[in-house]
Write a protein that binds this ligand. Structure first.
Ligand SMILES: C[S@@+](CC[C@H](N)C(=O)[O-])C[C@H]1O[C@@H](n2cnc3c(N)ncnc32)[C@H](O)[C@@H]1O
Length: 393
């Protein structure tokens, strides 16, 4: 073992243990940090809505005195935001308690016996106390489930809606901090109601936008084919001001909405026309999100080859499409066919070409290709093909 010589540097000072005063001073800061952590846990709009709904159900239950414990226990068990569950359970705090109990008891009694509870004291006195208490508990339980269920739907839904206006859904939150999400909402808010509602619903339910943003670099030079109302270009522009996007869309209405949505955002350009024939240039990335299946499979093949040839060396081709084998068991293909019939999406046909076959065709052109699941709910049969062109030798 070496002993320190006279030239050795002196050993680092041992940090002093904080005294009682320092520790007391740190308490408010630690408490505040804890409050922030609790506030931000499981805080996507949907989960906060669910948490409030669960809280309301607990608040409307007859377990008076246990509601706080129940709220914290269930929130912890199901991974819900504890603040939101506690807030929801306040639905029956004084002075609302008698009102909620009365409504629950009446609804419960009516559902179980077909009669409302008598309001006279005499009628209540005629029933033995023990039986009265048991009947009342069951009435409150059943009524609480029905009245609480209705209130939970209304208050939970309203919470999810309003939080959705200020906070991005889980898949988009890492890409868009709250101020940029608010800017997105501001832009959507200026659109006619139908477009605005569709966009909000789509951004909340469809995981594809988050997946595509994850693949694309900040300073991407992208061509987005069949861009629809321009949601992907909008997300890219708000995530990174360096991004440049050319959006091609043949539906004049959607191209107009896309221009409105992207107005004044530098680097964003909307072109109206057939994306199968439009000039592609030599971009670093091309996206085809839910677009190919509007053309017959043979045309899709030629379209893909055209995109593959146009991409810059090392460029990315991202394609989201239906898996035909899996989509037969979901509503996705039927919904797509209806969307085309009603004119919401312009297309000649709906023909799903398997993403695995696309990946195969691209591999034959020298690309590396991987397939990720890219859908949820009715759209769970969707996949994202992430294909990269080889870099120049
Ligand atoms: C289901 S939407 C998807 C929109 C957008 N990619 C998104 O995910 O937000 C498909 C869009 O592709 C457009 N489209 C289909 N074939 C096209 C073509 N050959 N040229 C330009 N747009 C096309 C349709 O008009 C429609 O707006």
């Amino acid at each position: 073992m070496q002993t320190p010589g006279p030239t050795d540097p002196s050993p680092p000072p041992i940090p002093a243990t904080p005294g009682l005063r320092e520790r007391l001073r740190a308490v408010p800061r630690q408490l505040l940090a804890r409050v922030h952590a609790l506030k931000d846990e499981h805080a996507s709009p949907g989960r906060l809505g669910l948490a409030v709904a669960v809280g309301v159900l607990i608040g409307a239950s007859p377990f008076l005195g246990l509601q706080l414990v129940l709220a914290v226990a269930l929130a912890t068990l199901f991974g819900l935001n504890r603040f939101a569950v506690l807030l929801g359970s306040q639905v029956s705090v004084p002075p609302l308690t008698p009102l909620v109990l009365f409504a629950n008891a009446q609804v419960g009694a009516f559902l179980l016996t077909g009669r409302w509870l008598p309001l006279s004291l005499q009628a209540l006195r005629d029933v033995p106390a023990r039986q009265l208490a048991a009947d009342l508990f069951v009435d409150l339980l059943v009524g609480g489930l029905v009245v609480g269920g209705a209130l939970a739907l209304i208050l939970g839904g309203a919470t999810a809606h309003f939080v959705g206006l200020v906070r991005a859904p889980d898949e988009l939150a890492p890409h868009l901090p709250t101020p940029r999400w608010k800017e997105l909402q501001r832009r959507l808010g200026a659109l006619p109601r139908a477009w605005r509602s569709y966009a909000r619903w789509k951004l909340r339910l469809d995981p594809v936008y988050g997946l595509v943003l994850t693949e694309l670099p900040e300073d991407v030079d992208l061509v987005d084919l069949g861009s629809g109302m321009g949601l992907l270009p909008l997300l890219l522009a708000l995530r990174s001001p360096q991004a440049r996007v050319r959006a091609l869309e043949w539906d004049a209405r959607k191209a107009r909405v896309a221009r409105e949505l992207l107005a004044d955002l530098p680097g964003m350009h909307v072109v109206e026309g057939d994306a199968r024939a439009g000039a592609l240039g030599q971009p670093q990335a091309i996206t085809l999100v839910d677009v190919l299946h509007y053309s017959p499979v043979e045309e899709q093949r030629q379209w893909l080859e055209r995109c593959a040839n146009a991409l810059a060396p090392g460029g990315l081709l991202l394609i989201r499409e239906l898996e035909p084998a899996r989509s037969r068991r979901t509503w996705a293909t039927r919904l797509e066919k209806l969307a085309v019939r009603w004119g919401w999406n312009q297309g000649a046909t709906v023909q799903a070409w398997a993403p695995s076959e696309m990946a195969h065709a691209l591999t034959a052109l020298g690309f590396t290709a991987v397939i990720h699941p890219a859908g949820s709910g009715a759209f769970r049969a969707n996949s994202l093909v992430v294909a990269r062109k080889p870099s120049a030798p």
